[in-house]
Structures are given as structure tokens and as C-alpha cells.
Design a protein around this ligand. Sequence first.
Ligand code: T1G
Length: 698
Amino acid sequence: MSENRVAEYEQLGPIAVITMSHPPVNSLGHGLRSAIVALIDQALADPQISAIVLTGGEKIFSAGADIREFDAQKQASAPTLHDVIEVIEASGKPIVAAIAGACLGGGLELAMGCHFRVARSDASLGLPEVKLGLLPGAGGTQRAPRLLGIERALNMIVSGEPERARQFAGTALLDEVVDGSVLDAAVAFACEVVKGQLVPKRARDIKIDAPRAEPLLQFARTAVAAASRSFPAPTQCVEAVAHAVGKRFDEGLRLEREIFMGLMATPESNALRHIFAAERAASKLQDVPADTPLRDIRRVGVIGAGTMGGGITMAFVDAGVPVVLLETRQEALDRGIEIIRGNYAASMKKGKLSQTQFDERLSLIEPTLDYACLADVDLVIEAVFEEMNVKRAVFGRLDETLKSGAILASNTSALDLNEIASFTKRPQDVIGLHFFSPANVMRLLEIVRGTETAPDVLATCMHLSKRIRKTAVVAGVCEGFIGNRMIARYAEASNLLMMQGASPQQIDGALQRFGLAMGPFRMSDLAGLDISTAARKRKAAVDPASQERIVADVLCEAGRLGQKTGSGWYRYEAGKRDAIPDPSVDAIIEQFRGARGIAARKISDQEVIERCIYALVNEGARILEEGIAARASDIDVVYLSGYGFPRHRGGPMLYADTVGLANVVRALKRFAAEPGAQSWWEPAPLLVKLVEAGRSFN
Ligand code: T1G
């Protein structure tokens, strides 16, 4: 077997086996593309070889084009993926793809260029380019309709969702679906081809017979346009498939390439590719070796069966991790269990959970009032009342009870984790695991690293986050960590705008048109005005200077706590969630302004966006320069997966890069120069430094 860096060559009788071996996912970078062409040429030149098997081995075929090459334009350097596929199609010796594991994007396009395809039944086949704001740019939109028919190809390309190979059995996409070694099966298949039993065929030669093509495409255009307002790629995918129906193959290929290059240049694709890299970068722990031994987490304890404790419990049992759920009072424990049971029953009713899964999940929960039941758990997550004395009591008890080596985590959303760690004799085992409500649904998990948190504790929790399907970001210790610290600044900015003349509905509307899932006042009504008011009062008790009466206090005192009381910033009809602007709130705001001598001014939607989003960005820059976040892209991940920031903008920090940091700084300086402006409008030193250096966050 001859080997070179990223692919191997082996001769098995009349069959040449070319194995891609470019870990971790056989991404089709320039090196691997060149190696495939070189080894195909070697097989073609060898008279002993009658057929070729192209494979990635028994674990993965290929995850497609190398996403990291896109910005370096290396994906366009010869041999391009198109070139490789042309070499395969033009081969005088039949080429059989042997597919196991992930066969995605350009990987599947490569396989579709082969004359035959053999796949293991559990292999994952898909064209996920649309999730990167692109479309299959190496013939996928032209070959898939020929191998699968238009409807199935459209679904695969527009959804970007992979399917198991067994779903394609009997289609022209797969010639054979096997359960054992796909390599053995493919070599045997190739031998059959050599014996002349099977005639090699090219996907490009298949005629598309689609009498219902036009109505189907028209339906797809309408449905996709309605579902993807912020992203151009899905509708372009439909157009590219339409070219497959109406045009010669090479013309369709040319048009596909044109559309692909156009999409590559869109800010939306740039944002989605940024998110792909950012989510993976966030899991990389700075100054913690990748091979740090992990602690074994087999059983978890959760303290507190309230909203957060119940959600956290569900997140773990959903991943098959047993949980000991502790409360101090039986009725609170019973209520917590009942809520969990109700949530699972609702999922079962929707068909998302089977009775067996329902029973399994509940059997993984051990309710208790006794700390002794926590003696052998490997990790405890405290989710009790956000009051330091309560944390002190709980962590004191945990310190006495838990076995050596157990991890003690707090779900606190703002309190000082280092102080919490000081309540124990094992601060090195203490960490913050800040879940977002509802904890069984929200993907974001802020892992708060205390000054003394041991590296292996951090590495264990990062690894665990993947097991419970969370997107984790490491935060240092400060009030509000990353997300809540920034959202506090954003809320202040929105409150100032409201005081200066913009109505809550104008501010919410502008930010929702910007792409946020919900504006700040609508969000406040959803969360409950009493929650944020109580947090402000707790802070004022410690820091009187931060005590300033705001309109929300007036609304709270009037019993307008938000959606749950039928009114807050908005009015709500009984049983409905529609936020209805309420003239009585406008009157309260007007009165509040009048009492402070504030004359309302006209404020543009653009100013609303700039003040609210730049306030976020400026606080993010401070978080970055203080080392609370390791990367700007980590901050983007927090906002995208925890705060509904629009994915087509890539996160607040990427948005600032897109706007241009110099423009952000110029606007902040303008805001800071206004009479009586808050000091936090001053541009963060890091922002100024980046502008002076002509650099960006990402
Ligand atoms: N290019 C470069 N690196 C990639 C990659 C790719 N396509 N896919 C994954 N990686 C890296 C990833 O960054 C991480 O690196 C490591 O592999 C493990 O990934 C012309 C233009 C395959 C299902 O969109 O869906 O083909 O952080 O953590 O959870 O039409 O990776 O360790 O340094 O995700 O086991 C289309 C994207 C490309 C597939 C594995 N293909 N990848 O999931 O591991 S565009 C995709 C995935 C294209 C053509 C077009 C997943 C996975 P690091 P991971 P995983």
C-alpha cells in the first residue's frame, strides 16, 4: 500500500482502493483534492488495475469542501472540486464510491461524480451548504435531481438536512446499501463491474423526466421565499435546481457556479460561516491541554426543583444521565417532579417522546430531601435562590457531603463565583454552569471559570456540555458574566431611548426588524418586570449609587408586571400573548419625563439600532479586554444561542466588524459627548485600539 500525506493507495487484485485520510473529517482541501487526482492517474496508468474504489474508510467519507479555505480563495485553486469530479467522470476505468459515516456537501458531490455508489446503511448523506448561506457548488444541484428526482433533491438541498443511507436504497443515488464493511462490499461490487456485469453510468447523462416540474418548482419558490426572508441561499437553491430541469448539464453547472460565487460573497453566508467556526472555537479551552484527563460524570445532583432546577434535571436525563434532585420541602419537590412529568407528557402528546422514553426519563430522576443521597454523585449543580447567604448554606452542606473529586457547580446568573467557592474547602472543584431558561431547551451554557477552578474541572464540564447538547462558552467571573452583563447595558440604552422620546413599541419594532427575536420591552413583559426590578433593588442595597427610579418601577408598583398579569409595557388580552400598545403606559412615560424636565425628541429607528446594538458591542469589547471572554466570536456565540441575535448578522461583534469599527467608535463618541451622557458610552479602549490598528474583532 503506497501512502502519501492525505490519501492512501492500495491494490487488491484488479481493484485500486484510494482511501482519503485527512483527519478529522476528510475535508476536501487543496491537498486532498490534488492527492485524489494523482492517485486516480496512478490507477489509470497501471494496466493491472481495472476498477477503482474511492473511500474515506469505515468511519467517515468526507464532510465536504474545506470551509476554512473559503476566505483564502484556496477552494478555487486547481484542482478544484469540479476538476476532481471531472477526472472521475472522465475515467476510462469505473470508479465506485464506498461511503461510511458522514458524506456531506462536496463529499456527496464527489460521490455523485463516481460511476457507482455503495453505502453503509447508517451513513449520513446530505447537502448542508444552505446552512452556510451557500448551495452545493460542485454539481450537487445538477446531479442530485438526476439521481433522486426533483422533489427529493429540492428537499435535501433546501433543508440541508442529512438522511441515513438506508433512506436512499432503491434510488439511483445508491447502487447498494450494506450493513457490514462498506469497503469489502465496494470491492466486491467493483469486481462485478470488472466482470462486465454492470455498465458504468454517469449521473450527468441521466435525463430528468419531470412532467410536474414547473408547478413543483413554483410551489417550492413560494414556500421557500416565505420561510427564508433573511437568507438569499434557499431561494437560490431552488433556481439552481430549476436550471437542472430546463438546461443542458454543462449550462446548468455553469449557472450553479455563478450562483455559488454570488452567495459566497453575501454577508449572510459570511455570518453563517463565522458561526460555524465560532461555535467550534468556543469549545477550545485556552491554557488547558486538549488531552487533559476528564473526571467521569456518571450521576449528577441538582439542588432546587424550581424552574431552573427542573429544566437542568431534564437536560441531563434527556442525555441519559441519572439525576438526584434535592429540595428542602416535600411539596416543593413534588411540585418540581410534577412539572417535569407534565413537560414530558406534553412532548409525548406531540409525538416527540414515546411512552418508553417517558418512563425511562422519569426513572432516571431520584427525588430526595436528604443531602446524604448526594454522597456519591460526580457533579452537583446548585439552582437555588439567587441570594449569597443561601448559596453559602448550600455549598457548606455540599462540601461536607460530597465525595472527594466531585464537581460543585452553581447555576448562578450573576453572583460572584469566587465568593461561592470560598464557602468550601475545595475551591478548585467549584465552577459555574449558568443555564438559560428553559434549561432543557435553550442551547447556551455559560461555563464560569473561578480563579481557582482546576483545569480538569473546566475540561470535564466543556466535554459534558456536548453530551447534554449545549453550546458552551467559558466566561470569567464578573457581574452577569458575558450575556447578562451585556444585556444590562442594552436594556439601559433602550430605557434611555424611551425616556428621550421613543415609545416601547417603536424601540421593539426597530430591533425586531433588525432581526432580534424580541425587543427589550416585549422581552421584559415576558420575563416579568418584577424580576428585573428585584435584581435592581438587590444591587441598589449594595451600591446605592446605582439606585435610580425608572419607569419600570412605576409600572411594577401599579401591578403591571408583564404578560403574567395581563399588562406591563403592553396590554394582553386574556389567554393571548399579543403585545398591544397601551396609551396608559404612554401617559405614565410622559408624566415621568415631565417630572424630570425631559422634552421628548423624534428618534429614528436607525438611532435605536445604533444605540442598543453599539451599547452591546461596547460592553462586549470591555468584556474582551478584561479577559472575561476569550474571543470576540465567543461573545457572538453567547448572543446567537442565548439571546436571539439574528444569525444572518453573525452576532454583535461580527455585526460591528461588518458595519466597520471606525463607524461604531464614531457613533459612540457622539453619544458620549451629549450633555449628561452616561460614562459607558465612551468607546472601550480595545475598540479604539483596534480602529487605530485598522483591525476588526474577528
Ligand atoms: N471543512 C473544514 N473543517 C471542518 C469541516 C469542513 N467542511 N467540517 C468539520 N470540520 C472540522 C470542524 O471545524 C472541527 O474542527 C472538526 O472538523 C470536527 O467537527 C463545494 C462548498 C462532519 C457532522 O457543512 O456538519 O462542501 O474545531 O466538531 O460534531 O458544495 O463537522 O476540531 O478544529 O463539527 O463530529 C459542506 C460541516 C461544506 C459539513 C462532524 N459541509 N461539518 O460533526 O465534529 S461546504 C458541511 C459538519 C461544501 C461544496 C460546498 C460536522 C460533521 P476543530 P465537529 P462533529
